[in-house]
Design a protein. Structure first.
Length: 285
């Protein structure tokens, strides 16, 4: 096990920033800009230099309607990037729904597993996480990208998301995953309409009864593009960053454990402002 990989969740005393590196040709947020390993590694280094607390590397697009790559292709995309970025200091997270990819990524230096399916896409994932002993980000999920938006039906979205996440937490604990290694993600944009997303964001403490840290992934998502639309034309993805920073400020003020973002420095600044308003000392990068 590489010495540079921590075994416990980072807890910097403020909302942390997970910087995103999409090693995919079809990501909604950056259009394959970091698909080639050299470009992804360069981008990851930039995120680390800007103060990312975690660098999240993913080889499978989860935009609505996306087609899954093969396991071999996913590994080909992520492993060289993980190997290059793991020694930099900021822990590396692997964004995958496959236990085999998670295992090889951890062997390559990944310090955390970010599974958007919350252990539902691969029955071997939770036992694998327990065996590896690394932190695990467990997201609310109702199905793969190809049809997830057809599952966006809720009576009370906050209550149902909390209930469904609680069930997955029980499964994780039963599989041997340590409670102090778990982080929850409410899954903004996954099997949720814009109205569902806003309903969750209006009550950012709705998962507090579960007693676990919460990370929010709202960066550049379609509901922001719709909010900022010019008539029927959605705001372009890379022009949604200011709105994302605004949400980071709100979430930091609400005590979120972390935010997952496509840029870093502006979010670190927003978190510093939120911390100052709470009376905390300015963080040191």
């Amino acid at each position: 096990m590489p010495e540079h990989r921590p075994r416990h969740l980072p807890r910097p005393g403020r909302t942390l920033v997970m910087g995103v590196v999409n090693v995919t040709p079809d990501s909604f947020s950056d259009g394959g800009q970091w698909y080639e390993p050299e470009a992804a590694i360069r981008h990851g280094r930039q995120l680390a230099a800007e103060g990312a607390d975690l660098i999240d590397i993913g080889g499978e697009s989860t935009r609505p309607g996306a087609v899954r790559p093969s396991r071999a292709e996913e590994l080909r995309r992520v492993l060289p990037v993980i190997e290059a970025l793991a020694p930099l200091g900021a822990p590396v997270s692997v964004d995958t729904m496959r236990s085999e990819v998670a295992r090889e990524a951890v062997a390559a230096g990944a310090a955390m597993i970010n599974d958007v399916s919350g252990g539902m896409a691969d029955p071997a994932m939770l036992p694998t996480v327990a065996e590896l002993g690394v932190p695990y980000l467990l997201m609310h999920w109702r199905g793969h990208s190809a049809d997830m938006q057809r599952r966006a039906r809720y009576g009370d979205v906050a209550a149902e998301v909390r209930q469904e996440l609680a069930r997955q937490v029980e499964h994780a604990l039963a599989a041997g995953v340590a409670a102090d290694q778990l982080v929850l993600d409410p899954g903004v944009g996954f099997a949720k309409t814009a109205e569902h997303n806003w309903a969750l964001l209006r009550q950012p403490g709705f998962l507090d009864p579960l007693g676990l840290p919460v990370l929010w992934g709202v960066s550049r998502k379609t509901f922001l593009g719709r909010l900022l639309a010019d008539g029927e034309t959605l705001r372009a993805t890379v022009e949604r960053d200011d709105a994302t920073v605004a949400l980071t400020t709100v979430l930091a003020l609400a005590g979120a454990w972390g935010v997952r973002t496509h840029t870093v420095r502006a979010h670190r600044d927003a978190i510093a402002v939120a911390g100052s308003l709470h009376g905390a000392p300015p963080p040191r990068v």
